[in-house]
Each structure stands twice: as C-alpha cells, then as structure tokens.
Design a protein. Structure first.
Length: 81
C-alpha cells in the first residue's frame, strides 16, 4: 500500500544513508522499524499494581505535638536526635 508521510528532513536523510549502507530500500528500513516498534509494544508486560506499604506497628506522635506545624515537627525531630 502506498502512503504519504511527513518526516523530518534530518531523520529522512539519516534513514536514507542507513538504507544505502545496509544495501536495502528506504521502504524496507521503515517497515522493519515499524515491525520492531509494534512487536515491542505488544510484548511489554503490563505494570503490576503495587500496594503501598503501611506501617502497622505501635507508636505515633508525641502527645501534644501539632502535626500541622512544620516548626513543631522539626523541633521534635531535633530534640529526639
């Protein structure tokens, strides 16, 4: 099938040079590139859903510490070190 593509001039020049170096046609080079891209797209495993780890231990904030105050949190961290 014939089709028309708009390809960047530099990319086209590089593709033509590679086709000539490999002694193949530009059409064949483009077909191989599309086949590789399509093959890799279908063979890529889907990302598994990951569970976010949740700490289930004991503890928590010091009694009276305001968790909404950055200054209070930093002060408590400095005193604990």
């Amino acid at each position: 099938m014939k089709t028309t593509l708009d390809i960047d001039d530099t990319l086209l020049a590089n593709a033509k040079a590679l086709a000539a170096k490999r002694q193949t046609s530009l059409t064949r080079l483009i077909e191989e590139g599309l086949q590789l891209r399509l093959r890799s797209a279908t063979s890529m495993p889907r990302a598994k859903k990951r569970k976010i780890p949740v700490y289930k231990g004991r503890g928590g904030l010091i009694s009276g510490l305001d968790p909404m105050s950055n200054k209070a949190m930093l002060d408590a961290a400095d005193n604990d070190a």
